[in-house]
Design a protein around this ligand. Structure first.
Ligand SMILES: [Zn+2]
Length: 393
């Protein structure tokens, strides 16, 4: 938001505060009366919508609480967890490969991105920060240095364990606030599955094409999904979504959708939301902790006007960014370090259940084959993958 907008909004709030105060008090009284008269059962039409009707009148904590023992009993199986871990590590490795923290451009100062500075000698008055470039570029590799969206990505895996593709958040590329990784991925899946029917994306529904449903697809996403992405995944019939970190601003909408949605036409109502901690990913807690610490520390820096702990300082030092948004957190060294640690495990992990296959599926890859698939997919993405445009297949 520009300063100008901020002033306009503030003016608006000041000039309307008196009226709003009165209206607010009135609205509160009205709401209380309405609450007292709230129907004991859902309105006509909704009363037949299960499980929505079941949750009518329940506490929010019950609405957001997903019973994974009932929803995904196979998660009690360590071999299944190991299978999920493989793709989580792949996602983290992709995040680091295409990492670009230049949210405010490559020039200026990012006090929390010291490790991402270009190693230029002698030191320049204004240092430059690395975008998504690799250390030793050759002519075969995609290599660029433009910030085209946040460091939020997802990987789609079919029912056999085969990786379909990955995608990044492209908000900046499209000057949008809605070009999120998961929703982009779902839209791409519908076009890709028309071409590549060998992917096990779902069973046929009636006389519809296989691409009509993504009920065998799992999305691994680096950040808990927002309302838009949860909605698109629900409409697409995505089986489940495994996420590496909470988005506390997304108000557990994926959980709410899962609990309230009514499965129709053979499609699941909403994907099963699975925090990666449930499948044994240590980085889940580390990312949440680091994000909360970042928010606290940057707010403290702002209160003390301490630019040495800001997110960004412009080259002429006239602009200091103390934004505590998660998209800023997902630029800094503390976040990158955690993804790097998780990504390395794709290469170092030793499987406990190499011959295990998914218990609920037929003709699937073994865990060992999944690991080989993930490693070879990374090699492909490293050479051919783009962060800011559709990938070559
Ligand atoms: Zn989203």
């Amino acid at each position: 938001m520009s300063d100008r907008d901020r002033i306009n909004r503030r003016d608006f709030i000041v000039t309307t505060a008196g009226v709003a105060g009165t209206a607010g008090a009135f609205a509160e009284a009205t709401l209380t009366a309405a609450q007292a008269q709230a129907p004991a059962s859902p309105p006509p039409g909704f009363v037949d919508q299960e499980p929505f009707a079941k949750y009518w009148g329940k506490q929010l904590r019950e609405v957001v609480d997903v019973d994974l023992v009932a929803a995904a009993p196979e998660l009690a199986n360590d071999a299944v967890k190991e299978r999920h871990q493989i793709y989580c590590h792949l996602l983290m490795k992709l995040m680091v490969r295409f990492w670009n923290g230049n949210k405010r451009g490559p020039l200026g100062s990012y006090p929390r991105r010291v490790k991402q500075m270009e190693a230029v000698q002698p030191l320049q008055p204004t240092q430059r920060y690395r975008g998504d470039m690799i250390a030793d570029p050759d002519r075969l590799r995609v290599n660029w240095d433009r910030y085209v969206g946040h460091n939020i990505a997802c990987v789609a895996v079919d029912g056999n364990g085969e990786i379909i593709d990955f995608d990044f958040n492209h908000n900046d590329f499209f000057r949008s606030s809605a070009e999120h990784a998961e929703s982009r991925m779902v839209r791409r899946l519908f076009s890709l599955t028309d071409i590549f029917d060998s992917w096990k994306t779902g069973d046929r529904i009636g006389d519809k094409s296989r691409a009509f449903s993504l009920q065998n697809v799992t999305l691994y996403t680096s950040l808990e999904s927002c309302a838009q992405c949860s909605g698109v995944m629900s409409l697409g019939g995505v089986k489940q979504v495994v996420y590496l970190q909470n988005d506390f601003t997304a108000y557990m909408i994926g959980n709410i959708m899962f609990n309230l949605a009514n499965p129709v036409s053979g499609l699941p109502g909403a994907p099963i939301p699975i925090p990666a901690s449930v499948v044994g990913i240590q980085q889940f807690k580390a990312l949440n902790d680091a994000n909360l610490a970042f928010v606290k520390d940057i707010q403290d820096a702002k209160n003390r006007n301490d630019a040495t702990r800001a997110f960004f300082v412009s080259p002429d030092k006239t602009f200091v960014d103390y934004d505590s948004a998660i998209t800023s957190f997902l630029c800094i060294d503390a976040a990158r370090d955690i993804f790097e640690e998780g990504g390395k495990q794709l290469d170092s992990m030793t499987l406990k259940f190499p011959t295990a296959k998914h218990p609920n599926e037929r003709d699937v890859l073994s865990n060992q084959e999944c690991l080989e698939e993930a490693r070879s997919f990374f090699k492909y993405a490293d050479l051919e993958g783009y962060r800011g445009s559709p990938h070559k297949l």
